[in-house]
Design a protein around this ligand. Sequence first.
Ligand code: F6R
Length: 245
Amino acid sequence: MIDAFEKVPVQIFPSPKEGSAFVASEIATLIKSKAAKNETCVLGLATGSTPIKLYQELVRLHKEEGLSFKNVVTFNLDEYFPIEQDAPQSYWSFMHKHLFNHIDIDPKNIHIPSGKWPKEDIKKHCAEYDAAIIKAGGIDLQILGIGGNGHIGFNEPGSSFHSKTRVIHLDQLTRMANVYEWHDLNKVPKLAITVGISSIMKAKKIVLLAWGNKADIVAKAVEGDVTEQLPASVLQNHDDCTFVI
Ligand code: F6R
């Protein structure tokens, strides 16, 4: 049932585990329907604490129920910059630890912005990342989390709704939220590469997951005005976006 104040459909689950299982089964259905037609399934993926249970469930579906990822192509939303690929805090490491090391995805189908792209060429690499998404046929299903400040990907408040993949200055709130991975705020990178809002909005279907202490920002994103000061509010303008909370 859609609440009168909700401008985006919201599905509420008793626990993150159940919400994650629901989203994992949606992903599995999509992967299998694409495989039946001999098509690739292009997934946009997020990192952070929110999707960990989703990735656990996808790994379980692979190991226990034979879900294959052979026809899956992935594009991650973001990466710290600069960072070594195999640094424990890199999103490359995160994705391999929680998902890619445990499934049968072809490594050449995995795309993650690189924290090692040379600074002088970064615009070219960002443009190539957007072009690679288009070449793959566009994102079939984009998984998002939401920052406490309303960011999606690392599109911090103030990001243009027309933004593309680019380098961004991380908000101090974002750096503080992620300090648990670094132990010392001074060590949290000040920059990141993020897929832009316009690229996210081109996804055919979007599912935003939120649990923990996100109730206030989710309410604003779902019920408030659409504003670049709250990037997730742009999702009100998407034809097929659901919040799973
Ligand atoms: C990470 C990303 C971010 C996170 C958001 C929430 O790839 O895109 O937008 O989804 O910062 O992070 P957690 O899940 O750690 O609360």
